[in-house]
Design a protein around this ligand. Structure first.
Ligand code: TC6
Length: 727
């Protein structure tokens, strides 16, 4: 756990060891306490170095233990940091890999910190619904000042070693032999006064406008993390560092920590943390799994189509150092696309340089632009990213069958088209898979990996590995129209539009859902994405436009309720931000500042008049319940149909691809928080009120879970029975 050994008789080296990331479990804290005690008592030891085993200092408290009652968690890290700091022998932290959360707090208790150039440090507790409760909120501001500490503590951002040096978090950065350097430093400072190195004794350097700074930070986090309490508690803790002596500040830190711990947020965020890692551990009904099926190596890739998605995908591959061939259909598109890609790559280089990378240009994989399919003959994987047109995609896959080597995997970046239909035109349907990227593809973390009925387990394994190589979270889902993410999203958006028909204003609905914590309400989202995209798709399948059978009622398709509102807006040229008007108006075409539009109010009252719709007062509660519960209900249907194998898959998709607030865990976790009987009763009520909204009809699986006594979320999967998995 924590081993203690002498080096050159005067320096004791204590190594933290708790694979895989040396997390501070109670056992490790106990072992560290023991090793420290021995080193402090040993008169032959004059200085101490703390390092981590296997090139990782420490990733913080062991999150797996957070659900244990606190009295069973053993000695508190806080006491340990005080013990380290107050002892007379200098203690140096040798930081390799990561010093995160409690790991950094441990290092801040040390008198000196030496970091390897590739190490990263940070206080990510806020992302787990808590705050740095082992003195991080009190020691860090004393070391680097209020402004920088606020940023780190409220964002949870990981800071690379060179930036940490600039900020003053570490004293030295080395390219190699971090522990040796720490030992050298420890020897050098033996006997020197430690007063100025004991952070808890230092005053906090406050700028004159400190209250304004804190207030500004509060406004920022309230906007950025709507509905979440931990960022606000972090600011309160830093405020305590400003106004109170260290020991009082620590009391406040503890109080705030206890307060947060009594809310649902830590559990929700910690669930989300582990869910993101567990989705990588896929298993098929056949028994094949991430453990048994090896991925094929990917040394080179190709991307077809350099529109918005293709450009992002090329950039993402280049960032992962994978050489890419980028193909377009004609010279003009290629010129436009290649310029756009180069500009994205330049931005990536700039970002890396700002973080202190000296060889940023060399750290990207090379990109070759071409019009020639023959250049694809040797690549290991192709990602087709042309627009959503089945005929076009099939043409491309037929061509790829001929050109690509037999071992090459063929991926389609589609947000909802049938993978099987695409695979069926190739000479290797088992090597075809859906890779649904999210825009901007070089930034968004989510990758929906869509298994078709022919897709082999090796192809799945390779696509999931690709996600990891790109720094993304791959979630394996089955093939159905719109897959998981967009299938649920469509109903949520549709519900919002129905609510507008019934009397809500778009901005009221957006506000209600943004207050709940969603990154963007449905109307602002539609305006951003472009209303014309959905309009085009609906026109193609005959829901609107010339293919719509004559005599179809305006607000009905089959037995289902339909709202023509978005179609009418498009007919009026209101496509959203791109045309300067949509559900909102904007300062200009391409503007981003959404303003309520009086034109829309008039238009809506006329529309309601024409369709004889009575408006009523719709509460925020109804907005949230109808929009979110219909989405959740569809989540249960997705589970029932075997399109996703576990509720956490849906949650990870929503948290990472759709701006769902992580502090509620994700839609399915949120349903478990609200209580499944409540969700069921509400759905029944709303369905009764709106029998033409068929998707409000509660799913059988939801009903089954409630009838089985509402088991906890981790047991839902076992209640699915012998459903036909699409995975
Ligand atoms: C804290 O410190 C509070 C202190 C104050 C109160 C006292 N605990 O991400 P990866 C596991 S709060 C337990 O796939 P990477 C992870 O589940 C903590 N387990 O690898 C996975 O397990 P699996 C603040 C942890 O190389 C394995 O390690 N710290 C912990 O892409 C590998 O993880 C954080 O929030 C942990 N603390 O990234 C740090 N950390 O293999 C969170 C990881 O069984 N961690 N695991 O699935 C990270 O950011 C990343 O894991 C990483 C490694 C950068 C350390």
């Amino acid at each position: 756990m924590a081993t203690f050994r002498h080096i050159c008789d005067s320096v004791a080296v204590i190594t933290l060891s708790n694979p895989p990331v040396n997390a501070l479990s109670s056992a490790l804290i106990q072992a560290l306490q023991k090793a420290l005690g021995e080193a402090i008592r040993d008169s032959a030891v004059e200085a101490i170095v703390i390092c981590g085993d296997k090139g990782k200092f420490c990733a913080g408290a062991d999150i797996r233990e957070f659900n244990k009652p606190s009295q069973k968690r053993g000695p508190h890290l806080l006491l340990l940091t005080d013990l380290i700091e107050s002892n007379k022998k200098p203690v140096v932290a040798a930081i390799e890999g990561v010093a995160l959360g409690g790991g950094l707090e441990l290092a801040l208790g040390c008198h000196y910190r030496v970091a390897h150039v590739q190490a990263r440090v940070g206080l990510p507790e806020v992302l787990l619904g808590i705050l740095p409760a082992a003195s991080g909120t009190q020691r860090l501001p004393r070391l680097i000042g209020i402004a920088a500490a606020l940023t780190l503590i409220t964002t949870g951002k990981y800071v690379p070693a060179r930036e940490a040096l600039k900020l003053g978090i570490v004293d030295k950065v080395v390219g190699e032999n971090t522990v040796d350097e720490a030992i050298r430093l420890a020897k050098k400072v033996i006997g020197q006064p430690l007063g100025s190195r004991q952070l808890s004794t230092l005053p906090v350097q406050c700028p004159p406008n400190v209250e304004a700074l804190l207030a500004e930070a509060m406004v920022k986090v309230k906007k950025q993390f709507r509905g979440a309490q931990s960022p606000q508690a972090c600011i309160e803790a830093v405020r305590a560092a400003v106004h109170l002596p260290y020991t009082e500040g620590i009391k406040k830190e503890q109080e705030l920590y206890q307060f947060l711990n009594a809310t649902h947020e830590p559990r929700a965020q910690q669930y989300a943390f582990f869910a993101e890692r567990e989705v990588a551990k896929w298993t098929l009904p056949s028994g094949a799994s991430w453990k048994t099926v090896s991925p094929q190596p990917i040394h080179t890739a190709a991307v077809i189509g350099l529109g918005t998605m293709g450009r992002g995908i090329v950039t993402s591959l280049a960032k992962a150092k994978i050489p890419v061939v980028a193909l377009e259909q004609d010279k003009r598109q290629l010129d436009i696309g290649s310029k756009a890609v180069m500009s994205l790559l330049d931005r990536e280089i700039l970002k890396m340089e700002q973080l202190g990378h000296t060889e940023a240009t060399n750290s990207l994989g090379p990109v070759r632009f071409t019009l020639d399919y023959d250049e694809l003959k040797d690549v290991d994987i192709v990602i087709e990213a042309v627009f959503e047109n089945m005929a076009l995609k099939k043409d491309i896959f037929r061509r790829l069958s001929v050109v690509c080597k037999p071992e090459a995997f063929l991926c389609t970046n589609t947000s909802g088209l049938n993978i099987d239909e695409i695979a069926s035109v190739t000479n290797r349907p088992q090597m075809v898979i859906g890779t649904h990227f999210f825009s901007p593809a070089h930034i968004m973390k989510l990758l929906e990996v869509v298994r078709g009925c022919y897709t082999s387990s090796t192809t799945i394994s390779t696509a999931m590995r690709l996600a990891k190589m790109l720094g993304k979270i791959g979630v394996l889902v089955g093939n159905c129209p719109s897959f998981v993410g967009n299938r649920l999203m469509r109903l949520y958006v549709e519900q919002a539009v129905f609510l507008v028909e019934e009397g809500s204003k778009p901005e009221e609905i957006d506000l209600a859902l943004e207050d709940f914590g969603l990154a963007m309400g449905p109307f602002r989202m539609m305006d951003l994405a472009g209303l014309d995209i959905g309009w085009k798709a609906r026109t193609e399948i005959g829901l609107t436009g010339p293919k719509l059978p004559i005599g179809t009622p305006a607000r009905q398709r089959g037995s289902k309720r339909y709202s023509p509102l978005p179609d009418i807006l498009c007919e009026q040229g209101r496509f959203g931000q791109k045309s300067g008007q949509g559900w909102y108006k904007y300062e200009k075409s391409g503007g981003r500042n959404a303003m309520p539009d009086p034109w829309l109010y008039n238009f809506l009252s006329e529309y309601r008049c024409i369709h004889n719709l009575k408006t009523r007062n719709i509460t925020q509660e109804e907005v949230i319940e109808r929009c979110l519960y219909i989405l959740i209900n569809q989540g249960f249907k997705v589970l029932e149909e075997g399109i996703a194998s576990d509720p956490k898959d849906i949650d990870v998709i929503y948290n990472n691809g759709y701006g769902w607030p992580k502090h509620t865990g994700g839609p399915m976790y949120y349903a478990s928080l609200v209580g499944l009987p409540v969700v069921l009763t509400k759905l029944e009520k709303y369905y009764e009120d709106n029998p033409d909204i068929l998707d409000l009809k509660p799913s059988n699986f939801l009903k089954k879970l409630v009838a089985s006594g509402t088991p906890p979320l981790k047991e839902w999967r076992s209640h699915l029975g012998s459903q036909s998995s699409k995975l």
